[in-house]
Design a binder for this molecule. Structure first.
Ligand code: ZN
Length: 240
C-alpha cells in the first residue's frame, strides 16, 4: 500500500463533470484547504448533458459552471478551470492530454486527484465513460506528458510552461480503494457543496444526506474506523 506524500502544498483535481469532485472528494478537500493546502479544479466538460429539470439545454453549461464555482467556494477552492470538452463525448485524445498537461504545469501539484480509469463492477455510476476517459487522460498527462519537456512542445515554447513531475495520483470511484480519509468533521461541508449543484441534487431533497451518510459510513466500516465515523475512499498511485 502506498503512503500519501509528505510536504503537500498543492493539489490539482481533474474530473469530467461539475459535481464529480463533490460526490467523490469534497470532504477531504475541505480538510486540506483548512490546513492551508492550495487546491485547484480542472473540470473537463461543462456537464451540459446532465440535469433532471426543465432547464433549456443551451442554458445548462453556464448554470452548471456557476454551480461548480459555488460548490468549490464551500470547500475553500477558488481556482476552477473548465476545459470545455463536450459532455458525453470525452475521449483520450492528444488534445485532452495536452489540455490536462497545461493545467499540471501551471499548478505544479504534488498530488493529482482524478477518476479511476478502471471500471468498478460493484457500482456502475462511478464508471461513466467520461470518467474512465478523464482518468486515463489524466494519468497519461501525469506520466509521461507533463514531466517530458518534449511532449506538447508548444506549452513550453508559447506559454513558458516547464516540465513538472507529479509524485502521486489519488483515484476515486475505482474498484480497489486502499486509502481512506476520515471526513466526519467536514462531512457537512460536503453536503452543502453538493446542494450547490441545484440542477443535480435538488430533486433528491433530504434523501441526499441520507444517501451520503450510508455510503460514507460503509467506507468508514471498510477502513476499520469506529461506528459513527464517515470516510472517503481512494486508491493511491505512486507516480514519482
Ligand atoms: Zn460525472
Amino acid at each position: 500500500m502506498t503512503r500519501p506524500v509528505a510536504d503537500l502544498e498543492r493539489v490539482l483535481v481533474v474530473t469530467a463533470h461539475p459535481d464529480d469532485v463533490d460526490f467523490g472528494a469534497s470532504a477531504s478537500i475541505a480538510a486540506w484547504t483548512a490546513a492551508g493546502i492550495e487546491v485547484s479544479y480542472c473540470i473537463v466538460t461543462f456537464g451540459d448533458a446532465g440535469g433532471f429539470d426543465e432547464t433549456p439545454r443551451e442554458q445548462m453549461a453556464a448554470l452548471r459552471e456557476a454551480e461548480q464555482r459555488a460548490a468549490a467556494k464551500v470547500v475553500g477552492v477558488t481556482d476552477v478551470t473548465f476545459l470545455g470538452h463536450p459532455d458525453g463525448r470525452v475521449y483520450v485524445t492528444h488534445e485532452l492530454r495536452r489540455d490536462i498537461t497545461r493545467q499540471i504545469r501551471r499548478v505544479r501539484p504534488q498530488r493529482v486527484l482524478t477518476q479511476s480509469p478502471q471500471r468498478n463492477w460493484q457500482r456502475i455510476a462511478p464508471s461513466h465513460p467520461d470518467h474512465l476517459a478523464v482518468g486515463e487522460a489524466a494519468l497519461c498527462a501525469v506520466y509521461p506528458d507533463a514531466r517530458n519537456p518534449f511532449a506538447h512542445p508548444e506549452l513550453l515554447a508559447e506559454e513558458g510552461l516547464a516540465a513538472w513531475t507529479v509524485p502521486e495520483v489519488w483515484l476515486m470511484g475505482g474498484p480497489q480503494p486502499d486509502h481512506y480519509v476520515d471526513v466526519t468533521d467536514t462531512f457537512d461541508r460536503k453536503v452543502e457543496a453538493l446542494r450547490a449543484h441545484v440542477s443535480q441534487t435538488a430533486h433528491l431533497g433530504d434523501g441526499l444526506e441520507t444517501m451520503l451518510r450510508t455510503w460514507h459510513a460503509a467506507n468508514a466500516h471498510n477502513a476499520g474506523l469506529p461506528d459513527g465515523r464517515l470516510a472517503e475512499a481512494y486508491q493511491i498511485v505512486s507516480t514519482a
